[in-house]
Design a binder for this molecule. Sequence first.
Ligand code: ADP
Length: 403
Amino acid sequence: MNVLVVNAGSSSLKYQLFDTASNTVIAKGLCDRIGIDGTLTHKQLITGKVYEVAVSIPNHTVAMKCVVDALLDADHGCVKSMDEIEAVGHRIVHGGAFFSESVLLNEDVMAKLELCRDLAPLHTGAHIQGIQGCLEVMPKTPQVLVFDTAFHQTMPQKAFMYGLPYELYEKHSIRRYGAHGTSHRYVAGEMIKLMGGKAEGTKIVTCHLGNGSSISAVKDGKVMDTSMGFTPLAGVIMGTRCGDMDPAVVPYVMAKENLAPDQMNNYMNKKCGFLGISGVSSDCRDLEAASKEGNERATLAMDMLGFQIKKFIGAYSAIMNGLDAIVFTAGIGENTASIRERALSELDYLGVEFDREINNKTKGSSGVTKLSTDNSKVQVYMIPTNEELVIARDTEKIVSEMK
Ligand code: ADP
């Protein structure tokens, strides 16, 4: 089945046309600067043809028209008619507590998605525009929504509640939701296959480490806890996000630095983490380079991430009553050996033994790689994530079941 995977952001729309029969991406691209001026970059992956054009893209409906035109184009396209695009799968950042799995779009789903607006205003607004753009441009094509929060919906209440008055949970739905669920689900699923294919009895910690990072405890194939919270600000230190800290720091900094709530929120999301600690960059590659040249704050930022990952591995082993596997994925998890080494060293009490040489050589481009030694009680793997593949597969499954 040809599935168009759409990831709509507020000013951009990324897409991939997937052939689920052969597990290949046929074409992919990006509509950028939506509502500002507009550029379309499209790549046909069978011929390798790249098409780039500056075009006016005032909104997401026009963006979807550009995507469909590019896919149908006689020169750089890859399908002859709209009928060849059999379904659309949307990446949705927040599904609140409404969605614990992917769903076919209908009026009830749309109404529930509207109720998630408050939880992730920028993302949800953009997703709704992307969906509406698809409804206008391809009204007969079924659409499926795949939620980043869905995989985390198995968390028990004792894991997702905060120590705030219960009424705040009831009135405002304040609780831990987590993020990157599609990625955690993919790598946990691949790890379970490597362990023999039976989810029951498995205890895995999945570390999605990118610009945004989150860590999950996956027991019996289900999330028991995850490091991100009500928003993606919680958990480990990230590119520009602060991660966990004493909540009393928030009003204190607001008073000292004279920041309003919106400014403080922006500060914690955009000015902290790697960038704030190092003063160099939010990008781990820049920190590695600066650290090699002796920049102590760059080294500190990386030490902090390694230390915090280790804390989560310990905590999650405790709540799962053991640990069978650790998986690293996403930009840093796949490519940055020195962060993996910081997180994995001195975990011998858990029975973790990894091969430093293999770890040092392993990049995302290496494909799935075992980092642990054969003596290790805990298997450690680098597994490149593939969220688009999960979206395409869920979409195919749901649309096939309709037929
Ligand atoms: P996002 O959360 O934006 O999807 P990524 O998963 O692409 O982010 O991760 C970006 C992070 O991965 C950056 O800190 C970057 O330095 C780090 N990284 C290290 N090596 C690479 C690499 N070879 N390619 C991409 N990112 C890398």
